[in-house]
Design a protein around this ligand. Structure first.
Ligand code: PHE
Length: 450
């Protein structure tokens, strides 16, 4: 039976600042730190950044606003929000909740490695300048069955420990501590990186536009990156929007959040690439950058231990502020729809996600050769299915839903608090939701499956 708020008053953000920190926290995550710098550098530097900005406006801002408005209007979880407007569409919310479970399950495995690396940094285990040695170390850590399950569990416990505290008492409070700390650390690292002798090559790699590298695929990867990085297409922002008070200026928030997220992505580029080049390492992306190249880079710097500790604190905060939003999507659903209390549902869902994550944790060790589908192991399959299929599909359906089923007139009414606040871009936004979003996403979607 649908129970709107689990028998209690529905949670709400305590302050605008708290909401912005939580939403930016969801957006800023591993996607910004290990993917953006590398993808941007490889795909034409400043040219990619330019394309990314265009996609950010066309799709990022558009979907961010659509999700927040839908959430605040219905004051319900992702499934409830769709259902309240049209029963036939509730499965789209369901797709989002499932996507949340899946992303969280493997995200937490990486979060576990981050905890392990923070401990290594604190105990001096990363004071090695030889990338080959660090590569072996990484291999040993991620392939250990007990170790990776243990740290995955630890990360899940940290995540549910925050979510259990509720929207304002847990998520908001934690974000208000983690996000400012994250901003300070990343600025510090960026300044350090850019003032190293020989850093210019890295700055150029990230920012100097090389338009010859632009292609349809680059545009598509920019769009994919916008989705994942802004936590769009799975109901995360619907859920966070559902805790917004009626007076909140949503168009303004939907502008600030993507800008903060992009700012951090650029700073992450400046914090990593210049240092990588300064010490003569090859730029890499993904786990290789974070767990192999960067520790070697830090170890080559004066006061390297301090910088590597700071770096892994940064990564941990970024990962945790994203994982709590993923868990909240699921918790919010169970609290709303089944009236289960927050504590119970958080522990239950955290535990289930932990179990679902175990095959991913084993994908770098004993199950690395176990192919499940399309020649991919568990981890790669979950990553591919969520980032390349489920998020874009969720985003496409969201556009169609808000643009054509609910209707942009009603959405704009909600976005402007019934005409109380100005939203000069209302007309443009409606056009983007109805036409540009669905077409752009369909193209990416089809291309990424080919
Ligand atoms: N935005 C997060 C990142 O960049 C990942 C994420 C995706 C979080 C979807 C929530 C929902 O790492």
């Amino acid at each position: 039976m649908a129970n709107l708020s689990g028998g209690q008053e529905r949670d709400q953000w305590g302050s605008k600042m708290g909401f912005i920190m939580a939403a930016a926290g969801s957006a800023v995550g591993l996607g910004n730190l290990w993917k953006f710098p590398y993808v941007a550098g490889k795909n034409g530097g400043g040219a990619f950044v330019l394309v990314y900005f265009i996609m950010l406006f066309l799709v990022g801002f558009t979907l961010m606003l659509a999700e927040l408005v839908l959430g605040r209007k219905t004051k319900l979880n992702a499934i409830g929000a769709y259902r309240k407007i049209s029963k036939k569409w509730k499965w789209v919310g369901g797709l989002g909740v499932i996507t949340g479970f899946m992303i969280l399950s493997y995200y937490s495995v990486i979060g576990g490695w981050v905890i392990k690396y923070l401990i290594e940094a604190l105990t001096g285990g990363l004071s090695v300048t030889d990338a080959a040695v660090l590569g072996d170390k990484f291999g040993t850590i991620v392939s250990s069955t007990g170790g990776s399950i243990f740290f995955h569990a630890l990360f899940m416990i940290a995540t549910l420990g925050i979510v259990i505290g509720g929207v304002d008492g847990g998520i908001e409070k934690a974000s208000k501590i983690m996000m400012p700390a994250l901003f300070v650390i990343i600025i510090l690292l960026a300044v350090r990186g850019c003032t190293l002798p020989g850093s210019m090559a890295g700055i150029k790699y990230l920012l100097v536009p090389d338009f010859s590298k632009l292609s349809m695929d680059v545009v598509l990867s920019a769009l994919g990156q916008v989705f994942f990085s802004l936590s769009l297409g799975m109901g995360c922002m619907i859920t966070y929007g559902s805790y917004l008070p009626d007076k909140e200026n949503i168009p303004q928030s939907a502008t600030i959040i993507p800008l903060l997220d992009t700012g951090v992505a650029l700073l992450a580029g400046l914090a990593t690439l210049p240092a990588v080049f300064a010490f003569g390492f090859e730029p890499a992306g993904g786990p290789g950058l974070m767990f192999v190249t960067l520790p070697a880079v830090f170890a080559s710097m004066p006061m390297g231990t301090m910088f590597s500790i700071l770096f892994f604190v940064l990564v941990l905060f970024a990962a945790l502020s994203s994982s709590i939003s993923l868990l909240e999507v699921c918790v919010s659903y169970v609290v709303d729809e089944f009236g289960m209390n927050r504590k119970k549902s958080t522990v239950l869902l955290g535990f289930i996600t932990f179990l679902i994550g175990i095959p991913s944790a084993l994908s770098f060790g004993i199950w690395s050769d176990k192919t499940i589908l399309f020649g991919k192991n568990f981890f790669d399959l979950f990553d591919f299915a969520t980032s390349n299929v489920m998020l874009p599909l969720g985003g496409l359906l969201l556009c169609i839903f808000v643009g054509w089923v609910w209707g942009t007139d009603k959405a704009v009414e909600e976005a402007t608090n019934n005409g109380e606040i100005a939203f000069p871009l209302a007309g443009a936004w409606s056009f983007l939701v109805k036409f540009v979003g669905p077409i752009a996403i369909s193209v990416v979607f089809i291309r990424s499956l080919m």
